[in-house]
Write a protein of this length. Structure first.
Length: 176
């Protein structure tokens, strides 16, 4: 289960199983297709019109869920098993899949700000822009990547959430 379930994200508002469009998720610059996280959706993105009608766009067959708050793209939740799009890291097409390991993620992104281990599940939290952008890599079986979440003002930006995850590092995190 993804961490977005910790918050009320209005997930049931819009499930359009007919949505067709391949996302390109830039994990270095925090951009979903042409829209940076924290900005209003760009008019050239296929999802812009749909997100102007509802705060959440979910496509199970394409393996993603996009959310907005007050017209701003706030999160992208990717289910790797179903994801039909692609990932960019430092402007390079990078294949990430359910076969990607924790070690491969740390090779690509370095050591995470925080690692949560619970009931065999591992979540790596990466914090950017003084905690204003959070990138999560979730390994449901503790070994293989299952979900990626990119969000504005993520889970760990909330003091009570940091406490519940047992975070002992200073906040906001320093950029490395």
């Amino acid at each position: 289960m993804g961490l977005l379930s910790s918050f009320d994200t209005n997930r049931d508002q819009f499930n359009n199983s007919g949505v067709s469009g391949k996302l390109v998720v830039n994990l270095s610059d925090f951009i979903v297709s042409g829209t940076p996280i924290g900005n209003a959706p760009w008019n050239g993105d296929f999802f812009t019109e749909l997100l102007s009608q509802k705060e959440t766009l979910k496509s199970d067959q394409e393996g993603y869920e996009l959310s907005t708050t007050k017209g701003v793209l706030t999160s992208a939740f990717i289910t790797l098993e179903d994801f039909a799009g692609s990932f960019l890291i430092k402007s390079q097409l990078t294949p990430l899949s359910i076969h990607t390991t924790k070690e491969e993620i740390t090779t690509l992104f370095g050591e995470p700000y925080w690692t949560d281990r619970d009931d065999g599940e591992i979540i790596l939290f990466y914090e950017y822009r003084a905690g204003g952008i959070e990138l999560q890599f979730e390994f449901p079986d503790g070994q293989h990547l299952g979900f990626i979440t990119l969000m504005k003002d993520g889970i760990l930006s909330v003091a009570n959430q940091r406490k519940s995850y047992g975070v002992t590092k200073p906040w906001p995190p320093e950029e490395s």
